[in-house]
Design a protein around this ligand. Structure first.
Ligand code: SAH
Length: 462
C-alpha cells in the first residue's frame, strides 16, 4: 500500500493553498468542509476565492508566492498554472517537512486526497492511488446509492449515546450486540423516518433492559415497481434486504424477488384472475400475525401499493391491531409502461390529463364514469383490463370517442418480456389477440399513443 489512509484532525491545522484559480478554488471548497485555517496566496483570484475571502472564510494574500509563506504551515496544496512555481513550492515544502500536494501531479504529492462519500459523521474515503480514476468514480457512485443518506442521522445518534452505553454495558461484546440490534432494528427505522424522539425513548428503554426479546415486529408495505429491478427505490431495496418474512404476489418479478434477503421466509399469496389464491382478509391477518410474532415483514407488491394495490385495506388491519408499519411508494405500471414504450401520458399537443382506471370485470360489466373518461384531450390507462377490453372499447365509443382513437396494449412492461401492440378502439382487440397478448397488460387509450412509433426506444421481446 503506497498510500496509507488516515483521517486527519484539522482543528488548528494551518493549511496553505498556492494559486487561486478554479482548480485551487475546488480544493479550497473541499477544505472548507474541515476545520482547518485556510490561507490562499496568489497574485490574482477567481470569483469563488474572492467571495470566500470577503466572507472571511479564508485569508487571501494577493501577491506572488515566496518561501516565507510556508512559515507555520503544516499542509500545502499547490494549484497554480505555472509548473516552475509548482515544483518550487514542492521543493520548499519537502525541505521543511510540510505535507504537500501538487494538484494533478501525483509524483509531486506526498499525500493525495481521496474520493469522499460524505455522511458526516460517517465519512467514506476511497482512492485508487491515482491509477484508475474512472473505476474510482464508478465505485463511489455505487457507494452513494447503497448507503442511505440518513446514515448521518444514525451516526449522530450513536455519537450522542456512546458514553451512556459505555457506562451501562460493561463489556465490549455486550455493547456490540446492543448496537447491532439498535442499528438493524426498529429504532434505526424510526431515525430514518425522522422520529428521533420516539427512537430515543425506545433506545433508553432497551438500554435499561438490553436482553429483552424484540416483542413486536413491523410491516413494510413496499412497492416493487413494474418489473425492472433497477426501478426499485433505494428504500425498497434496503427494507427488502432486512426482511425476516416476505409476502409477495404474482406481479413481483422473479428478478426482484432475487433481491430479497436470502434467508427470509418467502410466502406467495398471488392472485391469478378469477382464482384468488389467498383471500385478502387472510393476507391482512397474516401480515399482522407475522409482525406480532416479532418479524420484520415486507409486503411486496407489484407497482405502487396505493394504486390498485389494496394497500389501504392492508394497513387498516395493521392499524386496528396496533402494528407499526411503513408504506414505500413505487413506480406504477402506467408510468413504467409509458416510459418504456415511448408513450408520454401527457403531451402539450395531445393530452392535458391522465386517468388511471380499473378495467376489472364484475358480473360481466365495468362500472365506470364513461362520460368522464371519454374525453378528447385525455389519456386513459386501464389496469386489469385485458378480459374487459371489448367492453372498454365499446363503452368509450358509445360515450363519444371516435373509433379511430389510438389505443395500445402493453404486456409485462419494463421487463425483458415486454410486448406492445397499437391500433385503434375499433381494431385493438383483434390485433392483441393475434399477437397473443397475455397478462399483466395495461391498456392506454388516447392520442398520445400515436407517438409510440416515433418515440419507442426499448428493445422488447420478439
Ligand atoms: N399496484 C400496481 C397495479 C396492480 S393491479 C401498480 O401500481 O402498477 C394489476 C394490474 O396492473 C395488471 O392487471 C396490469 O393491468 C397492471 N400491471 C402491473 N404490472 C404491469 C406490467 N409490468 N406491465 C403491464 N401491466 C402491468
Amino acid at each position: 500500500m503506497q498510500y496509507f489512509p488516515i483521517f486527519l484532525d484539522t482543528t488548528n491545522l494551518s493549511c496553505l493553498v498556492v494559486g487561486a484559480g478554479e482548480v485551487a478554488a475546488r480544493k479550497v471548497e473541499l477544505l472548507l468542509k474541515s476545520k482547518a485555517n485556510i490561507t490562499v496566496v496568489a497574485p490574482w483570484a477567481c470569483d469563488t476565492v474572492q467571495g470566500l475571502a470577503s466572507e472571511n472564510k479564508i485569508t487571501f494574500h494577493e501577491k506572488s508566492y515566496q518561501e516565507s509563506d510556508l512559515d507555520n504551515i503544516q499542509m500545502v496544496f499547490v494549484a497554480t498554472n505555472n509548473s516552475e512555481t509548482n515544483i518550487q513550492v514542492h521543493a520548499h515544502a519537502t525541505a521543511k517537512k510540510i505535507l504537500v500536494n501538487v494538484v494533478d501531479n501525483t509524483p509531486l504529492c506526498q499525500f493525495i486526497t481521496p474520493s469522499i462519500v460524505d455522511r458526516s459523521p460517517i465519512t467514506i474515503a476511497i482512492s485508487s492511488g491515482g491509477v484508475a480514476p474512472v473505476l474510482l468514480r464508478y465505485l463511489r457512485q455505487k457507494l452513494e446509492t447503497v448507503i442511505p443518506h440518513k446514515v448521518s442521522l444514525l451516526g449522530q445518534f450513536s455519537e450522542k449515546f456512546r458514553e451512556l452505553v459505555k457506562q451501562k454495558l460493561g463489556t465490549v461484546t455486550q455493547r456490540r450486540y446492543f448496537w447491532e440490534d439498535v442499528l438493524d432494528g426498529d429504532i434505526a427505522e424510526n431515525i430514518y423516518q425522522g422520529k428521533v424522539e420516539q427512537a430515543e425513548q425506545k433506545f433508553l428503554e432497551k438500554l435499561e433492559n438490553p436482553d429483552a426479546e424484540l416483542t413486536q415486529g413491523e410491516v413494510y408495505l413496499v412497492g416493487a415497481g413494474p418489473g425492472d429491478p433497477e426501478l426499485l427505490t433505494f428504500k425498497a431495496l434496503r427494507l427488502m434486504q432486512k426482511a425476516d418474512v416476505v409476502v409477495y404476489d404474482r406481479l413481483v418479478s422473479p428478478e426482484i424477488l432475487e433481491m430479497v434477503r436470502r434467508d427470509a421466509e418467502k410466502i406467495y399469496v398471488g392472485k391469478a384472475k378469477s382464482d384468488h389464491a389467498v383471500p385478502q382478509e387472510q393476507i391482512n391477518d397474516l401480515l399482522a400475525r407475522k409482525a406480532l410474532e416479532g418479524n420484520r415483514v415486507v409486503r411486496l407488491k407489484g407497482g405502487d401499493p396505493f394504486i390498485f394495490g389494496r394497500g389501504g385495506e392492508e394497513i387498516e388491519t395493521l392499524i386496528d391491531q396496533g402494528v407499526n408499519f411503513q408504506v414505500v411508494p413505487a413506480i406504477t405500471a402506467a408510468s413504467g409502461a409509458a416510459s418504456y414504450c415511448g408513450i408520454p401520458l401527457t403531451h402539450r399537443d395531445h393530452s392535458k390529463s391522465v386517468v388511471f382506471a380499473t378495467g376489472h370485470l364484475k358480473d360481466n360489466s365495468i362500472n365506470l364514469n364513461w362520460q368522464g373518461l371519454a374525453q378528447q384531450d385525455q389519456t386513459i390507462v386501464f389496469y386489469m383490463g385485458l378480459t374487459g377490453l371489448p367492453i372498454i372499447c365499446e363503452k368509450l365509443v358509445e360515450h363519444g370517442l371516435s373509433s379511430d382513437t389510438p389505443a395500445a396494449m402493453v404486456q409485462s412492461a419494463t421487463t425483458p418480456r415486454q410486448k406492445v401492440v397499437t391500433g385503434t378502439l375499433s381494431n385493438i382487440q383483434k390485433i392483441a389477440e393475434e399477437a397473443g397478448i397475455r397478462p399483466p397488460t395495461l391498456i392506454i387509450v388516447g392520442s398520445v399513443v400515436s407517438l409510440h412509433k416515433k418515440l419507442n426506444w426499448y428493445d422488447e421481446a420478439k
